[in-house]
Design a protein around this ligand. Structure first.
Ligand code: IGP
Length: 259
């Protein structure tokens, strides 16, 4: 049976084919990129849970989460809240985002920006860099080990940081030493169930050269504090903030409870 993830990837293949047909020229913008927003050093120096706050209008599991908020307003407040980075969902069909959300936000924040999308081709990495992203997400479950390696090397040569997302031990084997951040998704992208214990067990198996990030389904500050004590450094959170009328304010309230 086809899962939503299969549908997302199939749609992404069509989008990438279209992107190639439009014959984009990303080289100049890539050359002119500034390299002043590394999440890596920052996350190691803050000595408390680092929130990567996400801008997401909708999701396949939750439907519409927030159709009103403006990405610039939200992300400026995320920055004020002390988030260490922001994540912008750029998939349109399933998440209601766009690459222009990212481009728009870039001049209005100093936070490192993660392009959150389903990357299946190098051209999307060039597009991310040209549009102002600092970090890309690679999802192990939709890539081969070779793709993870090739895409990582490509991203690093053009100055991007790489967050590799895994969900189990088999996917973890696809990691290569050049990635920067290793995300463990608490949510199974196939069944959408959330399981922190499984993430904690997986954390034990992670090479300590990677910075571990806990992703998805996080809404309670005490769980985030516990996961931090267990070794996770960064926390990718979207819905908890975006479901509120004022997501930035929700982030400010939440980060106050972290220690
Ligand atoms: O909204 P949440 O449950 O806080 O989750 C945020 C983020 O982890 C989630 O959006 C996500 C994690 N991995 C992904 C891969 C693709 C799209 C989305 C995601």
């Amino acid at each position: 049976m086809k899962t939503i993830l299969d549908n997302i990837v199939n749609n992404k293949k069509r989008e990438v084919a279209e992107l190639y047909r439009s014959n984009p020229h990303f080289e100049k913008a890539i050359q002119e990129r500034s390299f002043d927003r590394s999440i890596v050093q920052h996350i190691e120096n803050i000595h408390k849970p680092g929130v990567i706050a996400e801008f997401k209008r909708q999701s396949p599991s939750k439907g519409v989460i927030n159709s009103q908020s403006n990405p610039i307003d939200v992300i400026q407040k995320y920055e004020k809240a002390g988030a260490i980075a922001t994540s912008v969902l750029t998939d349109h069909r399933f998440f209601g985002g766009s690459i222009s959300d990212l481009t728009q936000v870039r001049p209005h924040t100093n936070l490192p920006i993660l392009r959150k999308d389903f990357i299946i081709d190098k051209l999307q990495i060039d597009e991310a860099a040209a549009s102002g992203a600092d970090i890309i997400l690679l999802i192990a479950s939709i890539l081969t080990e070779k793709e993870v390696f090739d895409f990582t090397m490509h991203a690093k040569t053009i100055g991007l940081n790489v967050l590799l997302e895994v969900h189990d031990e088999i996917e973890l084997q696809k990691a290569c030493s050049e990635i920067d951040l290793l995300g463990i998704n608490n949510r199974d992208l196939k069944s959408f169930t959330i399981d922190y214990d499984r993430s904690l067990r997986l954390l034990d198996k992670i090479d300590n050269t990677f910075i571990p990030i806990s992703e998805s389904g996080l809404s309670c500050s005490s769980i985030v504090n516990d996961l931090y004590q267990a070794g996770f450094k960064g926390f990718l959170m979207g819905e908890k903030f975006m479901k509120e009328e004022d997501p930035g304010e929700a982030c400010i309230q939440f980060t106050r409870k972290l220690k």
